[in-house]
Design a protein around this ligand. Structure first.
Ligand code: LLP
Length: 412
């Protein structure tokens, strides 16, 4: 939904430059049509009873979450704040699942008061906390255990979650015992099983492998009279960042594999995709401030920094970068860096790009997931504006922060 027309970058039917004239830089620009079509691809692939719970952490802007709410999606949330947002954005509470290793009693109470679909329990301690809170509210908490299936997702170590050494979930071998303990608690209603092994999987076979292991567990639970109604297979389906090296996972195969793994059970399948739904539906547009040459090294210094888009600095993640206007000027090899006082403040290193003059615009692609949500105010930089394009119109869905916003809540 981002394409060049006569050498100029457009977002759907709006020229990116037109948005920048009105909104300034840095700015995140999203394509609603991309979000909708990715959701439909996923949804159409599923043939069984299922709910797609958008992982709000990928992009939590109210208008973005609302696009999915309108498509009848649920939400996967990991904090009280994300639950608040999801509800405000119009997601139905009965379609919300709650993950996270350190849910506090306050967060658990908020979730139970709002009657969400399921809490994914990540430890025995947490199980007892949920039981206690539920009883104090005269409720039964619908839970699943998040199982760590010890399957290698073969992705970046920082975004691998389903290995024994990771902090997430409860060990596969202890699951039966935990379910039996949970079954005896008055404040707990066992409804499901959940797992999530990692993010940005270009090969989804490990999710199928994990599903097969989880199916065995469900069989053992059913044998013990513990009925599982919901299987939540987490998120993790990757997207293409680098057209030269990445191959898009086959979403139809992924969904049908998962369905096959659970074909013997009458269960609802919950999916928690984040990146797949929004990643390639967003770009970050930034203005070139200066060119700089230190001996042989060239730098393109832009007005967005690691505080706006952290992924290259944190994960050495690749993001394609290109001029908003192609002029046919010489191609240069340079580091594309931000204004922050950190060597790690870069978007790309030794990157070949058609030269962009000072004040010209660049677009950083694949920035719709884990872009704005991981932004900060480091170096006291107001956070960027966010814009959603829909056909030939666009709307500011988050104002650029002001200097006053920067100090809101502070006391002199
Ligand atoms: N469900 C759970 C329990 C998760 O922990 C996550 C992501 C998801 C679903 C969604 O995963 P996705 O479909 O987006 O892969 N900041 C990192 C990604 C961290 C992902 C954390 N968990 C990045 O920028 O690559």
């Amino acid at each position: 939904m981002f394409e060049y027309r006569n050498g100029e970058l457009w977002a759907e039917d709006v020229a990116v430059e037109r948005i920048v004239e009105e909104v300034g830089t840095p700015v995140y620009i999203y394509s609603k049509a991309h979000f909708v079509s990715q959701f439909k691809r996923f949804d159409d692939a599923a043939t069984r009873n299922h709910t797609i719970c958008f992982a709000v952490k990928a992009n939590s802007n109210l208008s973005v979450v609302n696009v999915f709410a309108q498509l009848n999606a649920g939400a996967d949330i990991v904090s009280k704040g994300e639950l608040f947002r999801a509800l405000k954005a119009g997601i139905k509470p009965e379609n919300i699942v709650f993950s996270g290793v350190a849910k506090t009693k306050d967060e658990i109470a908020y979730a139970l008061e709002n009657n969400i679909k399921m809490i994914n329990v990540e430890s025995e301690d947490e199980l007892y906390a949920i039981d206690e809170v539920a009883k104090s509210l005269n409720k039964k908490a619908p839970i699943a255990f998040r199982i760590n299936p010890d399957v290698d997702p073969k992705t970046h170590p920082y975004i691998s979650t389903g290995l024994k050494k990771n902090k997430f979930g409860v060990p596969y071998d202890e699951a039966l015992e935990l379910y039996e303990k949970a079954n005896k608690l008055d404040g707990i209603e066992i409804v499901g099983v959940q797992f999530h092994i990692g993010s940005q999987l270009l090969d989804t076979t490990p999710i199928y492998d994990a599903s097969v292991r989880i199916a065995k567990l469900i069989e053992a639970l059913n044998d013990r009279g513990i009925k599982i109604k919901i299987v939540d297979v987490g998120g993790g389906v990757g997207i293409v960042y680098d057209e030269k090296t990445d191959k898009e996972p086959d979403v139809n195969k992924y969904v049908s594999d998962v369905e096959k793994a659970f074909e013997n059970f009458d269960v609802e399948i919950v999916f928690e995709p984040g990146r797949f739904l929004v990643g390639n539906g967003g770009i970050l547009v930034s203005r070139v401030v200066y060119h700089k040459k230190n001996l042989n090294k060239r730098f393109l210094i832009v007005d967005a920094g690691m505080n706006d888009l952290l992924r290259p600095s944190l994960y050495s993640a690749y993001h394609r970068i290109a001029p908003v206007k192609l002029t046919g000027s010489e191609r240069i090899v340079c580091d594309i860096v931000g204004p922050i006082c950190e060597t790690g403040d870069f978007f790309a290193r030794d990157y070949e790009i058609e030269d962009v003059p000072n004040s010209g615009l660049i677009a950083v692609f694949s920035a719709g997931a884990y872009g704005f949500t991981m932004a900060s105010n480091y170096n006291s930089r107001p956070r960027a504006a966010e814009v959603m394009v829909d056909g030939n119109s666009f709307k500011i869905i988050r104002k650029r922060e002001s200097l006053e916003d920067l100090i809101a809540g502070e006391v002199l």
